[in-house]
Ligand binder design. Structure first.
Ligand code: SF4
Length: 272
């Protein structure tokens, strides 16, 4: 192993996890008591703070900064969530979203372990950017998967160069995560934001559709039309908005993307 990799691993080993009362602390941006679009059924959603990516279309740039927001223990999240349990029914439960939840993987492991002990369905909403097969990170991810029922995975762009232009990062490790999840047969819903001039090209959509077909664990594929609802946050935060002037896609382009991604073929979520 080369010197650079070793330094990297040691830094991960030395990573300090914030604790209070013997529990891991999470940095929470906000919570949502009745999430209806964050996994199966009605769900309590905790949006965690911190993301490495800088997606040009991100409508939550206020979640980017790490180590800020409300500090909450896993018990505190459960205390907030449990009063809503009666509304979750068979399918609902708790979703951890972001920002990028995998940047606080230790917190996710602790919370979901507690959830599984009391029979709560767990869903992880991730873009996969921190995924690596390197240790010790990968062992943590394996542990997290033991207590995660389903994942919502956003694939931002199938072409790695375009992915980098759109988000600041390449996508190889993100696709590796998708393939690993397929190999362990962990249910996923895949989502793709359709953005004119960025992702709305037939060749890329076809490539993405073909790629998703190689995975064996996909229950649902969703096309999310780009919208401009978060633009005001960029203006308020004084950040340049790179998609200025780009309008949401026309309904026929959304239909076209749904066809090229074979959305109709993925109906496993109806059996959840
Ligand atoms: S990964 Fe999600 S939170 Fe991070 S920049 Fe992209 S859209 Fe925003």
């Amino acid at each position: 192993m080369g010197g650079r990799a070793m330094v990297y691993e040691r830094r991960i080993h030395e990573r300090k996890v914030p604790m209070r009362d013997g529990q891991i602390l999470g940095y929470v941006h906000s919570t949502e008591s009745f999430g209806a679009v964050d996994g199966p059924g009605i769900r309590f959603v905790a949006f965690m703070q911190g993301c490495n990516m800088r997606c040009q279309f991100c409508h939550n740039p206020d979640t980017w900064k790490k180590n800020v927001g409300s500090e909450m223990t896993t018990d505190e999240i459960l205390e907030q969530a449990l009063p809503y349990r009666q509304f979750w029914g068979e399918d609902g439960g708790i979703t951890l979203s972001g920002g990028e939840i995998l940047l606080q993987i230790e917190f996710a492991i602790e919370l979901f372990t507690k959830c599984k002990k009391i029979g709560i369905n767990t869903c992880l909403d991730t873009c996969g950017q921190p995924f690596t097969h390197r240790q010790p990170w990968f062992s943590k991810f394996e542990k997290l998967m033991e207590v995660t029922d389903i994942l919502l995975v956003d694939i931002k762009h199938i072409n790695s160069d375009e992915h980098r232009k759109l988000t600041g990062y390449r996508n190889e490790n993100i696709l590796e995560m998708c393939e690993y999840l397929s190999a362990i047969n962990k249910p996923v819903w895949i989502r793709h934001v359709l953005i004119p001039q960025r992702t709305d090209f037939d060749n890329y959509l076809k490539q993405l559709g073909d790629y998703i077909k190689t995975l064996t664990n996909v229950q649902k594929v969703e096309v999310l039309p780009y919208h401009t609802m978060g633009v005001h946050k960029y203006h308020e935060m004084g950040i340049k908005y790179d998609l200025e002037g780009i309008e949401p896609p026309a309904p026929e382009r959304v239909k076209n993307a749904e066809k090229l991604l074979h959305v109709e073929d993925y109906r496993g979520y109806l059996e959840v």
